[in-house]
Design a protein around this ligand. Structure first.
Ligand SMILES: N[C@@H](CCC(=O)N[C@@H](CS)C(=O)NCC(=O)O)C(=O)O
Length: 228
């Protein structure tokens, strides 16, 4: 039986760009699960109303709905213990990595790509996205993004903990990728699928790591519509 997966999509239903959904897309592949993929737009709240909230990712697995990327990862780890482990016994430190990504990495990326995202959205989502995000930022999306070149050096510097791990291991999970990789991966894949802006220098070890991650699972992320 396949897992139903509601995944944020743009005007091109194949363009998937939510950082949280990418975590789960990779986690489902890691667990070698068959996926019944449902592209979802921001304004299609009714389609996920059964989950009792309005955010993706949402999965339905064996009749049970689960939302929130962390809760979905935990569900998959518990429900499929015989499949490759997502946490490798290190659930708490991986939670830290996921939280650091959400609170430190993603807000900085958001300030560098937020206006670019509008161009990839379905027409019916554009007004909702702009209004909700401009309210959140307290300024226009274009103003929020305008000083990205000045923000870039501090952003790259803030990624030093990732480089520290990659200096000794090929993956944040160590010898093999795990949910630590997928949590950070999602943030960069979000940017790559929505904006041509170059967040990483090509000689940055994080650049090479991200490419390796895109090639996992028969190029699942590499083949997705994206910039660069
Ligand atoms: N904490 C949630 C966050 C999920 C989230 O913010 N999803 C965004 C897409 S990246 C969403 O569905 N937004 C809908 C909206 O803004 O209306 C998780 O980890 O899954």
């Amino acid at each position: 039986m396949s897992v139903i997966f509601y995944d944020l999509a743009g005007a091109d239903p194949k363009r998937r760009f939510s950082p949280y959904c990418w975590r789960i897309r990779m986690a489902l592949a890691h667990k070698q699960l068959e996926v019944d993929d449902r592209p979802w737009c921001f304004t299609e709240k009714d389609a996920i109303g059964f989950s009792g909230q309005g955010l993706v990712p949402v999965i339905v697995d064996r009749g049970r709905s689960v939302h929130d990327s962390w809760e979905i990862a935990r569900h998959l780890e518990t429900a499929y213990p015989d499949r490759p482990s997502l946490f490798g016994g290190a659930e708490a430190p991986i939670r830290l990595i996921a939280s650091w990504t959400e609170r430190v990495v993603q807000p900085q990326i958001g300030r560098m790509i937020i206006a670019d995202i509008v161009a990839v959205l379905d027409e019916k989502d554009k007004v909702y996205f702009r209004e909700s995000r401009e309210k959140r930022f307290g300024m226009t999306l274009e103003t929020a993004q305008a000083d990205r070149d000045e923000r870039l050096p501090a952003f790259r510097q803030s990624l030093e903990p990732v480089r520290t791990v990659l200096a000794s291991y090929p993956w944040l999970g160590g010898a093999k990728p795990n949910y630590a990789d997928y949590a950070v991966f999602g943030a960069f894949q979000w940017a790559r699928c929505t904006s041509p802006y170059k967040l990483l220098a090509e000689d940055d070890p994080i650049f090479a790591w991200h490419k390796r991650a895109r090639d996992l699972f028969d190029g699942l992320a590499e083949k997705a519509p994206a910039f660069g």
